[in-house]
Each structure stands twice: as C-alpha cells, then as structure tokens.
Unconditional design. Structure first.
Length: 564
C-alpha cells in the first residue's frame, strides 16, 4: 500500500525563511567578534519610538543603520549591519557632529527592519496635516464592515491582537477609534493595570469593557496618541492634556486627550466631541410641551439672559446649541465663546478659549461685545466678573445664553447672589433658568412590561399627586404595569437594555412673584414655592412622566436625582 505524502508549501517556506534568519544572526554574531563590536538582536520591546526620528527613514534604510533607544545625555544607541559600509560610517560621523556619542552594535538586517517598521507609526501621527488623523482608509472600512455592537468590536480586536501581523497591529488604534464611533461612544478609557491595559468605551454614560492589551502594545498606542496630541513623549510622571482631530467618513471629529500617571503606567482618556452626537433639534431634546413653548418664546426675545445648569455631562452645551440653531437667521449676528468648540454651526462666529493666549470667557465676552452681536453664547459662567459682564450685556440690547454649575434651577439664583450680583439687577436681566440631567432610554428592541415594586409604585403615586396639584387639569393614569429594561439586553443595545439618552428638565421663569422675594435673599425652597404657579414640572416630575410613557426607568432617575 502506497502512503500519500502531503507537502505544505506555505509551512515549508516559513521554515526555510526562519532558517535563513537564524543563519544570518549566527553570521552577524561571528562578524561582530571580528570587528570587536557588540552583537545585538533587536526585539520590539527594546525599541523606544522617541529615538527613531533622530534619523530620517530614507537615510536609515540607505545606510543600513537604526537608532533604537533614546539618548541618555549625549550617548546614543545605534545598530548597524556592516562597519565597512561607507554610508553607515557617514551617518555615524554626522551623529558625532551633532554632539552625540554613538554606542554602536552590529545587528542583522531583520533586526533593522523591525526598527524601520516603526517609522510607519510616526508618519501616521505626523502627517502633513498636523494633529489630524485620517482613519477613513480602505483597511479600516474593511475592518468596520458589519460592526454594530461592542461584542463584534471585542471579537475584532481579539483577532487583530492574535494575528501578530505588523500591518494589522498598526491599525489597532484606528480600529479602536472607529469602533467607538460606530457605537456612539463619548469617551475611550485606556487604564494601565498590573496584568495589562484595559480599554473601555463610555456609551450612554456607562463604561463597558472592550479589550485587555499588553503593556508593550499600549506603549506604541500611547506614543501615537502623544504625537497626535502634541504632547511630550518623555514625560511619563506628570499629567498632560492635548487635542487632535480625526477625519472619519468625511467628518471632522475633535478628540480631547487627557493623560494621568498611575502605578502601572499612564492612564489615557480620549473625549470624543462628535458633532453628529450633539446635533439635536430643540424639539428632539425631550423637553415637555409646556416648557418647550416657554423656551421658544424666551429665545426669540431680543434681550435677556437664559441659563442652563447641571453637572458636567448633563447635556447643557447640546441644549444651548439647539437654542442657537432655532434662532439662527440671516439678519442676526451670533458670537460664541466656548471651551472647546464642540459643534461648528454655519453663519455663527464661534471662538474658543485659549489659556496660552489669555483668551478666557471673561476676555472673550468683553471682546464679543465690541463686535455688535445680537446674541452671545458664553460656554460657562465661572466667576463673578464674568457673570456681571454677561448680565450687563443682557441689559444693553443682547440675548445672552450661558451655563452655570448648580444642582437645580431654583438654586441658580442664590448662586448668582453669592457671586455678588445685585438682586435688583438680576431680576431685570435674568429671563429663564433651565436645569437638566441625562437619563438612558429603554432599548426599543428589547424593553418589556414589568410590575413596579411597592417602592416604585409609591414614588409614582406620590409624584403624580404633586403633578396634579401643579397642573390641576392634567389627566395621568396609574398603570398596573410599566415598561422596564431587559436585564439580558440585546445586540442592538450591547446587552444593556438601554439605548440612547434623553433629557429631564425643570425651569424657573423670572416673573413678578420671583422678583418680589429677591430682596429678601430667598432660599432655594422659597424660590421653588414662589415658582409653583408657573406650572413647570420639576426634574423628578418630568422623569416620572417619562417612566409612565415607557421612555426610561425609575432606576435611571434615581441615579441622577433624589426621588425621596
């Protein structure tokens, strides 16, 4: 019986190639002794990418030389293939002329190629358009094909890491970014830990694990991030902040970079300022009809001040942008002072705070008033002087929009008084205060009917009673069942049971009842009581109505406001 012999061409070729590499290493090691030079076999872990640009790529390749470790004082680590190559000697002499002391080792061509391959990372980060990363390439388009949830992103990243292919590994950073765009992530967190570096996306305000990568791969990614963001590569024990832009699918997206030193390495957070995610119409914010009509009326007035308030990440800037888009007309001039500009709107003069040039909210506001605007948007009121100038602007023929950090709409008035604003001036300038929070929306694909718990039923019943006192004609029924989140979720919502977010709102109008008590330095509760006849729902009441409408859940509400 004749046995069949199979021959695997690919496997055999790989084996032959490996034998050739081993033979070259042995030969270089022998020659290094002849030339009395140290022998070096370079591995990826030995390469410090900060050192590579000391030589330009073409020079390094032509001379069969590489700088693989950053200088210690003036000592510099240089790997060469042959000490007899005149181009190699010329490069070493040029380094000496620049004040370096080259520490030369002999290495194989394969080791040199490992170093030369890292030029790709530098060229990607330092493209002709500084601070801009273009990820709309064919490779990424192929990688992103069919990606719609975090499970698929995790699988793709795991496949890329296991492949060990250089050209695919170099695309890992772009894929992490592109994956974040595909699932509408607002932030990417890279956290160095003992066992590796954890990558997480923040989606709808909640962090989700995406991948665990090794420290060596993370070092390459963090170096690219620093290069793109204009940060210092050699600073690893201090905080750094920067920014860069991404061109993805014909869209420019700004990324804010924050780096924090930690026990096991640097922690990187990339904040994605995606214009598509904040391009929401006024009607699409989730504001109830009664308050929406009040807002529409106030933003069309030629003067006054409208403030939005809430913690960081509560959607205040998105609300202000929606106001601007609603009132934008060819015959009015709008100027903004922002930090940063998150969404570019045509026909509006948008400026960005820059501490390096001392362009602050205060100086920007002063300058804007000399530009004859009709409407001014100030990103945030942080101090009394900015507040005073903004209020004066609202009294002298301008509509001023801004944000301030307080817990409630009623709490904004005592806060402004604390900033030394005269109550009489405040009553004349301030038109409307809006407080808001963001809550996750139930996934429309997997939400299901549930029976509310006894505690939930009590909260709903009590709140409905409060609404009926405030709005006597309101008809609100108490259902036996409400819609809740599916604990297992589905692919559409990445297994969370929630998809997207919506605002809950409350407001206080500066009417005669509020004006009458301002001289008495009223507390927050006294302002709430005086505002009751306005018939505007509190955030709690607005949220409970959204629960009854099947938009969100009591669990979500309890995470952002006090329901007791």
């Amino acid at each position: 019986m004749v046995s069949m012999i199979t021959f695997d061409d690919e496997s055999q070729n790989q084996r032959v190639s490996q034998l050739h590499k081993q033979e070259e290493e042995r030969l270089v090691e022998m020659l290094s002794k002849k030339y009395d030079l140290p022998y070096l076999q370079i591995t990826p872990e030995m390469i410090e990418i900060e050192a590579i640009p000391i030589l330009d790529e073409q020079t390094a390749r032509d001379a069969f030389v590489a700088v693989y470790a950053k200088p210690t004082k003036k000592d510099i680590s240089v790997a060469i293939f042959s000490p007899n190559n005149q181009k190699t000697l010329d490069v070493i002499n040029s380094l000496k002329e620049k004040g370096f002391t080259p520490n030369v080792s002999m290495t194989s061509r394969e080791s040199l190629r490992i170093v030369w391959d890292r030029y790709k990372e530098i060229s990607k980060a330092r493209s002709a358009d500084v601070g801009v990363l273009n990820v709309a390439n064919d490779d990424i388009s192929v990688l992103m094909a069919g990606i719609s949830n975090t499970k698929q992103i995790r699988e793709k990243i795991e496949t890329l890491i296991k492949s060990k292919k250089t050209h695919q590994m170099s695309n890992l950073f772009e894929f992490v970014l592109a994956g974040a765009f595909s699932v509408k992530s607002s932030d990417i967190h890279m956290e160095a830990q003992d066992e590796g570096v954890r990558i997480r996306y923040r989606i709808d305000g909640v962090l989700q694990d995406i991948a665990l990568i090794d420290h060596e791969l993370y070092k390459r990614i963090s170096t690219r991030i620093k290069l793109l963001s204009g940060l210092k590569l050699n600073v690893q024990k201090d905080t750094q902040d920067g920014r860069f832009s991404i061109r993805f699918k014909d869209l420019d997206v700004e990324i804010r970079t924050s780096i924090l030193p930690g026990q096991y390495g640097e922690s990187v957070v990339l904040r994605i300022l995606d214009p598509e995610s904040i391009s929401v119409s006024l009607e699409g914010l989730g504001i109830n009809e009664h308050l929406l009509e009040i807002i529409k009326n106030e933003i069309t007035k030629p003067t006054g001040m409208i403030l939005t308030t809430g913690p960081t990440g509560s959607g205040k800037t998105t609300t202000l942008y929606a106001f601007l888009k609603k009132v934008l007309q060819p015959d009015i001039k709008i100027i903004t002072i922002e930090d940063p500009i998150e969404y570019h709107i045509k026909n509006i003069v948008q400026t960005q705070v820059n501490t390096a040039t001392n362009y602050t909210f205060l100086s920007g506001l002063r300058a804007a008033l000399r530009q004859d605007p009709d409407i001014i948007m100030v990103g945030e009121i942080r101090d009394g002087e900015t507040a005073k100038i903004a209020i004066n602007a609202s009294l002298t023929g301008h509509l001023v929009l801004s944000t301030i950090h307080t817990n409630s709409a009623a709490g904004t008035i005592p806060r402004l008084v604390d900033l030394d604003i005269n109550p009489k001036v405040l009553s004349a300038a301030l038109s409307l205060i809006i407080a808001q929070r963001l809550v996750r929306k139930l996934c429309p694909y997997c939400k299901k009917e549930i029976t509310p718990t006894e505690k939930e039923s009590l909260i709903i019943k009590k709140t409905v009673g409060e609404i009926k006192i405030k709005l006597p004609g309101a008809i609100i029924t108490m259902p036996e069942k409400i819609l809740g989140a599916n604990p297992d979720g589905c692919e559409k919502c990445n297994g969370l049971g929630y998809k997207g977010r919506v605002g809950i709102y409350e407001a206080v109008i500066m009417d005669k009842a509020i004006e009458d008590i301002l001289d008495k330095n009223p507390s927050e509760q006294e302002i709430v009581k005086a505002a009751l006849p306005q018939g505007i729902l509190s955030m709690k009441e607005d949220g409970i109505i959204k629960v009854l409408e099947g938009i969100t859940t009591i669990d979500e509400l309890s995470g952002v406001i006090d329901l007791d």
